[in-house]
Write a protein that binds this ligand. Structure first.
Ligand code: BGC
Length: 811
């Protein structure tokens, strides 16, 4: 069942029914001010850091779910309703929510009154604009009241939901004209405040939650709204909120627009006060003046839309498959931007207080984002690298506000360093900018320990070489990419975390996945060395990579597939000898992506085994048979019920590893079959089962062994976005940035006739028409660039600002 439809022209998903199977959300903001907004106007805002600068309050794990947001209420002669259906939940005559690229439009209509709210964060400013359009569609004049409502968070989101003995006494506000200022803690250590304004005189306001709502009510029936009368309350402690009230008259057919602004202002320490006790409102007032009129707001909105059209124009596909087009051209690119911005911090599954920017996560997010804004990607690479240790190891996460690494979710994940090679090489391939390697980057954020980025990559590489186990395979450390495969942990205590507790001493557990990664990204490192004029380093790297290949062939092969690991005791993990968890996806993907076994049939055999043991209707599960018992030597993976998360769920992040592996063997049919199974636009018709938004990937879809196969969880913030974008654009459609130019090597379903792609690349435009007259999956007969046949598969980086026509004949 569907709950809406794609509007590809507007680049929107249009939800027609407020009661979606789960709140379906969107993100506003791309720089410093961010909001999450659901299809019923739930959600919250923050400045840069969802934990430390939370602007509005949100209660995760609430009943009902998704209560609290950016609400509007109408009291139309005693009939109370909300345009987003929630929180009042009175039946609407019409409802629609359009989630677009960094904006959302929610429209509700009742009794001839239509309320249409456009929510967006303008580029370059720290505020969320809410443009409310009221239309009297009836044939009589209408007099009604409009109430706005937001609830402030006392900045630190974790403290806000735990430290009530202090927090119930700290809240402070100011009200001036139609503007409500939230200034809790401003007088002491903070130099920031929030405000909520409207561009018209108001007839009432509230800033104290209980005065507005009533102690025994919920958001669905606030006293002030029901009675049609604001209390003009001033919050002193308890819970500061902001609500404006306007009395509005509309003649039949008349329209009216109002501009609300929810803003964040930071002042310099010596410029905090207007007069003793009164905050300096200058910056807020400037913003309010700037967005005073609908004309100014509409202009900004247009600018935002153009901004997105430009970003998306860098890679545009035209194929016979509209579901594929909308993933590649719109939604997958959009999700890549959001994951780049948020890492794993704030979604409806990530509370914004737990996880900052992940070392491995953010490096991987870059591969789906780097073509959009390479300069931002560069900055991110340097930020991440600055948290690396001198021995090449890394903090597992860093906080976006301070950009400093921390151990809050553990350290010693031995895959972490290698992802830096992936992100840096992706950046260089996209831009041709080798100078990034010369950048001076601190270790552990200590400037006195700064070395070139190239040196950081080298340390990443040697972190593996210097940490080999008894089979000459990489030591896994706390865990590799699979956070839940904790081979050295041996946790018996339910109160400790698998990721942060002290591991058992003397652990020599080894990872075949890291071994595969090392061959893949080690080879990449060698290429970088060679092109960077470091031939000796390159030779040495190739030597180590060669040794690793041997170790994998000798100790990493199980007969029909690659082993996953060796545990603490040196026993095999992911082997036919195991009772449960005989085969895992990660090592199959990485070893084949690295080309291991392509020459001797191992790669083919591995992928057949994946098909046979791991594939199901909803995607490729992570391992099988699922664990049904707790295996103390394997850790968290065996704590999940079978079919969920890392225990045999379809963990979508790693499915593209197999898609890419299939393309390496030329199996375009199978690569695309795997792609379709998890790409959200293909799942729209089963939204009631899938539950999550049909426009973005989820981290996990319950696998074949689960209670409810096909049900997804944890949408939006997942490495799935970047990896699937990478797999479909670079390996299946096969337009791949390489150091010397644009490599063209599609691997598609054999029955496709072809497709065209417009790719902007290093200051030139490539119009690429791929034709497949012989209906092959892979193979190129000829490539003609601007009328001339080229040698090889690589089209040069022309860099001449011109458009080049590329005809590709497969066969
Ligand atoms: C984490 C990743 C990890 C993956 C698999 C995700 O939740 O963010 O870092 O690789 O789970 O365990």
């Amino acid at each position: 069942m569907k709950y809406g439809h794609f509007d590809d022209r507007q680049k929107e998903y249009v939800i027609m029914e407020p009661q979606t199977p789960y709140p379906w959300i969107n993100y506003l903001g791309m720089e410093d001010f961010f909001s999450l907004i659901s299809n019923t106007a739930g959600g919250y805002s923050f400045y840069r850091d969802a934990r430390l600068r939370r602007i509005t309050r949100y209660r995760y794990n609430n009943v009902p779910i998704d209560d609290g947001g950016k609400y509007f209420y109408i009291n139309d002669a005693g009939d109370v309703w909300s345009p987003g259906w929630k929180p009042v939940k009175n039946k609407l005559d019409n409802y629609q929510c359009r989630h677009g690229l960094s904006y959302t439009i929610i429209t509700g209509e009742k009794n001839g009154l239509e309320v249409d709210v456009l929510y967006f964060v303008p580029l370059g400013d720290n505020c969320e604009i809410q443009k409310v359009k009221l239309t009297n569609k009836s044939s009589k004049s209408k007099e009604f009241k409009l109430f706005s409502f937001v609830e402030f968070c006392l900045w630190n989101a974790l403290d806000d939901m735990t430290n009530f003995q202090r927090n119930f006494s700290t809240g402070e506000v100011e009200v001036k004209g139609s503007v409500i200022y939230h200034k809790t803690e401003y007088k002491e250590r903070r130099n920031h405040y929030a405000f909520y304004s409207i561009n018209e005189p108001i007839q009432g306001f509230d800033t104290d939650r209980e005065s507005f709502v009533g102690l025994y009510n919920g958001f669905e029936n606030p006293d002030a709204v029901t009675e049609g009368k604001s209390r003009n309350s001033i919050a002193h402690g308890w819970s500061p909120v902001a609500s404006h009230m306007l009395k509005i008259n509309l003649a039949a057919g008349q329209e009216k627009e109002l501009i609300f602004i929810l803003g964040y202002v930071g002042n310099a320490e010596d410029d905090k006060w207007e007069s003793p006790g009164l905050i300096n409102k200058k910056k807020a007032e400037n913003l309010i003046v700037k967005y005073q009129s609908s004309v100014a707001v509409n202009q900004e909105f247009e600018r935002l839309r153009n901004y997105w059209s430009n970003l998306l124009s860098i890679y545009q596909l035209d194929s016979h498959d509209e579901k594929l087009n909308r993933m590649v051209n719109i939604w997958n690119q959009y999700q890549c931007m959001v994951t780049f911005n948020m890492s794993r911090s704030a979604s409806y599954f990530e509370s914004g207080i737990g996880r900052g920017m992940g070392f491995r996560d953010s490096n991987q997010d870059l591969i789906g984002f780097v073509h959009q804004i390479p300069e931002k990607a560069k900055e991110r690479i340097l930020d991440i690298a600055a948290t690396q240790f001198e021995d090449g190891g890394a903090y597992h996460q860093y906080q976006p506000l301070t950009k400093r690494g921390n151990n809050e979710i553990g350290g010693n994940f031995n895959d972490d360093p290698l992802w830096l090679i992936l992100s840096t090489s992706s950046y260089i391939k996209e831009t041709g900018d080798w100078s990034i390697l010369d950048e001076s980057v601190p270790f552990d954020n200590d400037e006195t320990k700064a070395k070139s980025l190239f040196e950081h990559l080298k340390r990443s590489f040697y972190h593996v070489v210097n940490n080999l186990g008894p089979h000459n395979l990489p030591l896994i450390g706390r865990a590799d990419w699979n956070d839940c495969l904790n081979l050295n942990c041996f946790s018996k205590n339910p109160d400790e975390s698998f990721q942060t507790t002290e591991n058992k001493q003397g652990g020599v557990a080894e990872s075949v996945m890291i071994a595969g990664m090392f061959v893949l990204y080690g080879t990449e490192f060698a290429q970088i060395c060679r092109r960077y004029g470091q031939q000796k380093e390159a030779d040495l790297a190739i030597f180590h990579v060669g040794k690793m290949k041997e170790s994998i062939k000798k100790h990493g092969w199980d007969g029909q597939w690659f082993l996953r690991a060796y545990d603490y005791f040196g026993n095999k993990v992911g082997s036919r000898e195991n009772e449960e968890g005989k085969i895992f996806i990660e090592s199959q993907g990485f070893c084949v992506m690295a080309g291991i076994g392509v020459d001797d049939g191992k790669a083919q055999s591995t992928l057949e085994s994946v098909k046979k043991h791991l594939d199901c209707e909803y995607g490729i599960v992570l391992n099988n048979p699922a664990f049904t018992k707790y295996h103390i030597n394997l850790g968290e993976i065996s704590t999940y019920p079978k079919g969920y998360k890392e225990n045999a769920g379809v963990f979508c992040h790693n499915n593209p590893w197999i898609m890419i592996a299939e393309t390496i063997l030329g199996n375009g049919d199978r690569a695309f079959e795997y792609y379709r199974k998890i790409a959200p636009s293909y799942l729209e018709d089963i939204s009631d089962l899938h539950k999550m938004e049909p426009y973005v990937y989820s981290q996990m879809i319950a696998g074949k062994d689960a209670h409810k196969p096909g049900e997804a969880k944890n949408s939006w913030l997942t490495g799935t976005a970047a990896w699937n974008y990478y797999a479909i654009t670079q390996y299946i459609l096969g337009i791949r940035p390489e150091y010397e130019g644009l490599l063209i090597d599609p691997c598609i379903p054999h029955n496709w006739n072809g497709f065209t792609i417009l790719r902007k690349f290093r200051n030139a435009v490539y119009k690429i028409a791929v034709q497949n007259p012989e209906h092959v999956s892979k193979g190129i007969k000829e490539i003609i660039v601007d009328g001339d046949k080229t040698k090889g598969l690589c089209v040069p980086a022309f860099g001449d600002g011109k458009t080049h026509n590329v005809t590709v004949i497969m066969g």
